[in-house]
Design a protein. Sequence first.
Lengths: 428, 428
Amino acid sequence: MTAHDAVEVILAKRDGGTLTDSQIDWVIDAYTRGDVADEQMSALAMAILLNGMQRTEISRWTAAMIASGERMDFSALSRPTADKHSTGGVGDKITLPLAPVVAACGVAVPQLSGRGLGHTGGTLDKLESIPGWRAALSNAEMMAQLESVGAVICAAGDGLAPADKKLYALRDVTGTVEAIPLIASSIMSKKIAEGTGALVLDVKVGSGAFMKDVDDARELAEVMVGLGTDAGVRTVALLTDMSTPLGLTAGNAIEVAESVDVLAGGGPADVVELTVALAREMLTAAGREDVDPAETLTDGTAMDAWKAMIRAQDGDPDAALPTARESHVVTAPATGVLTRLDAMAVGMAAWRLGAGRARKEDPVQAGAGVVWHARPGDAVTAGEPLFTLLTDEPARFERALASLEGGYDVGSSDEVVAQPLVIDRIGG
Amino acid sequence: MTAHDAVEVILAKRDGGTLTDSQIDWVIDAYTRGDVADEQMSALAMAILLNGMQRTEISRWTAAMIASGERMDFSALSRPTADKHSTGGVGDKITLPLAPVVAACGVAVPQLSGRGLGHTGGTLDKLESIPGWRAALSNAEMMAQLESVGAVICAAGDGLAPADKKLYALRDVTGTVEAIPLIASSIMSKKIAEGTGALVLDVKVGSGAFMKDVDDARELAEVMVGLGTDAGVRTVALLTDMSTPLGLTAGNAIEVAESVDVLAGGGPADVVELTVALAREMLTAAGREDVDPAETLTDGTAMDAWKAMIRAQDGDPDAALPTARESHVVTAPATGVLTRLDAMAVGMAAWRLGAGRARKEDPVQAGAGVVWHARPGDAVTAGEPLFTLLTDEPARFERALASLEGGYDVGSSDEVVAQPLVIDRIGG
């Protein structure tokens, strides 16, 4: 590898230039080894955020992050693989029903997930509310479970894209998170290294999402679809609404319960709709567009796959889920129709109740969260329950209630703005 | 002091906003204490470099850096004080004759200097070639010498603007040196904390200077003059040419010898011109525009002040200066007129011969450097000496010669572009 100098690379990007392949390969490798210091990489990240990157640079940056660690390979499996990634939202439990639905259709789902930080929940945090369930699997266990059950949701090992792990932690404390080249390469380096054959991206847009603006979300989706396609992964993205939270719950155990409702053929209509839409994309990308995923929710096969997936990771799918020790009900202020429910307000409330964490070493409460008893367009009655807040620590109610304030409106039905759940589709 | 968060401050500047006084005070204080990490400050520095700062922000930033350390006070002296700062150039020994000239005119010069890094020399490195001379003085010694001799050139203590010291080292390795707000606040925080009543800035422009472009140099000068004036220091700046090196020497002992020539009433015309021009500005800013500094070079009073200044710091002004063990002569390639002599080429050659350092812990050679035997406009004869290269280590000649290559032209007298030494004057 050609040796470069950290300042040379920083100056090239600072002054609006395009980094060479050799500069990118060197800086990622040297940063992973510790030869480029954190203060140098953060200056480079800020220059990337403010001056941008060409598509070719993002592609090389992603490849260099993949090359910093191991790559997994599922080509020995007897079935095709497809994975999904969501950019994160409030009440976004979709991975939980989705993985078993797709597995029940004959496509294996190797889902490497993370824990939550801030107002968006983490898939592993939700599953860890199931008694006995464990997130950590060896590569061999993961491969065996994919072959036998067809779905795995587990923690990503330290071996995949270690450069990304280090850079992500740095960006978090240096104000350099919101750079599309860095977001796209962070997500895609892990997903490409994971070795999936097909990938569906759920890019969230709206108040509760990382991307508040549809144009930014579309740009991020296009960049990620390009990166996946360049790496030989069949990649498609859906832009989906996150101005309103998904379903009727935001938390950990309560989102598992709602997911099980969906797998049993019930559950909120929006959660069912998005699960089926994403499953269809995953199946199509994996060459199985002939199968109808919706049927698995009514014929019991998705529920069977769910139970097998939970049991394979030592969880008891039939055990009672933990519940919060304290609850507080917020009633509707008027009779009418819920015209608006803000995803960020709900997400912040759930976070403050203990469902999420402020620092990555914090614990989460399994039973904490928010249940809303109506979705926009639903009728509400003055004095009847509108929200139930759940936590083990009643001192948390006050700040959670403050988060909810101004986060919803009750009015008349003509004030409801109908918003499609799936806003756009990119790639494929 | 109001508590802020490093990411909050970074985001404000990243997104093009104006930092509040409270944010600036906090971030400088927290960085000095170590509560804001290097990787956070480097991201902020890059955002400042790319998004700029308002004059009010630069002023507050400077004040916060001054507040991070001690302030000196010369108000008890029996004479007024004036200081000079040069942004750095090749062959720029002007401080050496200037301080005694101004002292001989009755104005005290408290010159806190640094060592060189890269192709520009350091005033302390030059003076340290004088046998016995020491750079480190206590504040009490400095004050006593200012009263008795009227001039001090010594090392800045660690107590002045420690935030700047830390930030300067960080900028050096993170590609964030070339930000006018950061350059201006770095220079001015130290000069204001030093407590001088008047300040003359020599802002260099051209190939051998930090600022290659006259508009950038003018902007830097205007910002610095504004900062000084706001802080109650009578401040004026001269923009001076650094496309050609000053005098006929670049090195350490050889620049001391040239300075002594000037103090004895001789020396190169450009060194005399700039010394007198800067002295006149310092005297005017200190309220002594009635005195003619040029006279001190012919009546022996500047030489007397020089010898007293050197002796006060244990140096022997009459001792022989160290010489380099090896020399190499470059002859003129043709007969004609020297039409161009590039400051950067000469500076790089002197540096590579051992006169300067690449890292701040490196030693310098007292005898190393470059002597040029003609200045632009002077006649040269083919085969006669044009440059003499000096070093203790002959292995250094090869790279020094490579630096000089293409750095000068011999042609006809009508090809000489006359360039004024003092390009502009700002403030006052």
